[in-house]
Design a protein around this ligand. Structure first.
Ligand SMILES: [Zn+2]
Length: 386
């Protein structure tokens, strides 16, 4: 076995233990060995490392197990490592620092001051540096930074292909963010970039979905409308990072004019700007929203559909009316409806989801990680990898 194989094996074993303890806090070393199939000595060694690195903590006092052996319950440590997530929205920048279990430790929201990429990177880096200072004061260690944007992201290259509501096309954002973070004095942690609805979907799945909680679809109804899909334990982003761009599915031929220049798109009915217009027809908006959710349901047969974004948080009746429509369709079809709910962290959902990106990747060592994808893209397309 090469050193590379051994490292991968170790990461796999660590992720098995972390995922077991996340699903079932309080397992002892002996129970972890039983559940994982790893030997007791391997579990002891790995648990020691995970305790030392702040991933796990020992919960409470040692108790005797069924056979009278001393047994210490273990749990995910929420007091050492912090994950940072930033959402670059059309009008605002939202930042959230969360624990390994998704509890919000620190949050900060500012109006977006300059939507040019360089200005955005500088603002994000300033907010991140301030949040990092606050984490330090509380004795918390920054593990990673995730950033999400309202647009299609090529996660092989860290390029934002298209973000119409920011006016961006082919912006090499990830390398620019990494430089801005370094210039602001942040530690050299993993930085990841993803689409906002994709990040929000991953956050709901990672922190609140439970094992086996997919397919999960997050529908974000903000200035833009988009969906993130978690399928088979990973984000489904499509061939070019465009999957889930449902805001421009046409729901009515010759309908109202959309920001994209076409007519009758989803965004033109229940994007937040459409609902802010004078006397919007909210009943009609809710009906079209219900149609969209129903289409997603029959396309993906998800376990859960989660809604977020301003249209849902500011117009509570909209989400409920759309949910009712899906339930009526389900009843008529004699099928149970998927779980239908609002995002756990409301408007912070994309930022919390961005914070989950690195954790999700860390816990799945067999999936190609962002660095490997970028290296492969560099080889295939001659793109410089950062
Ligand atoms: Zn459109």
């Amino acid at each position: 076995m090469t050193i590379g194989d051994q490292q991968l094996l170790k990461r796999m074993n660590r992720s098995v233990l972390l995922r077991l303890l996340r699903a079932r806090p309080g397992l002892s070393r002996a129970r972890l060995a039983d559940e994982s199939g790893l030997t007791k000595s391997t579990v002891s060694l790995l648990v020691r490392e995970l305790l030392d690195e702040g991933w796990l903590s020992e919960a409470g006092t040692t108790v005797a197990d069924g056979l009278g052996r001393p047994s210490t319950p273990l749990q995910i440590n929420v007091g050492v490592r912090a994950l940072m997530g930033v959402e670059i929205a059309v009008e605002t920048v939202r930042l959230a620092c969360v624990s390994l279990q998704g509890e919000v430790l620190h949050a900060d929201t500012h109006a977006l001051t300059d939507s040019a990429p360089a200005g955005v990177c500088a603002q994000v880096a300033r907010m991140a540096a301030e949040a990092h200072r606050q984490l330090n004061e509380r004795g918390l260690r920054l593990s990673s930074i995730g950033v999400c944007v309202p647009g299609a992201v090529d996660d092989c290259t860290g390029v934002v292909r298209f973000a119409p509501n920011l006016g961006w096309r082919n912006v090499s954002l990830l390398p620019a963010l990494e430089q801005a973070f370094a210039a602001a004095g942040l530690p050299g942690v993993t930085v990841q970039l993803q689409n906002d609805a994709d990040a929000a979907a991953l956050g709901e799945y990672e922190f609140f979905g439970g094992e086996g909680g997919d397919p999960l679809i997050f529908v974000s109804c903000d200035v833009g409308v988009g969906a993130g899909v978690v399928l088979n334990d990973r984000l489904f982003t499509g061939a070019q990072g465009m999957a889930g761009e449902i805001g421009h599915t046409i729901l009515e031929i010759d309908g109202p004019l959309c920001s994209c220049g076409r007519r009758g798109c989803a965004e033109a009915f229940f994007g937040s700007r459409a609902l802010e217009r004078e006397a919007p027809d909210t009943a009609r908006a809710a009906a079209f929203f219900g149609v969209l959710l129903q289409n997603l349901w029959v396309t993906f047969d998800p376990r859960a559909i989660v809604l977020g974004g301003k249209s849902c948080t500011h117009h509570r009746g909209l989400a409920e009316a759309a949910f009712d429509m899906v339930k009526r369709h389900a009843d008529a079809a004699g099928m149970p409806a998927p779980e239908l709910r609002l995002a756990h962290h409301g408007e912070l959902a994309p930022a919390v989801g961005a914070a989950a990106l690195a954790l999700h990747e860390y816990l799945r060592p067999l999936q190609p990680d962002a660095r490997a994808r970028r290296a492969r893209a560099a080889r295939e397309y001659g793109i410089p990898s950062a």
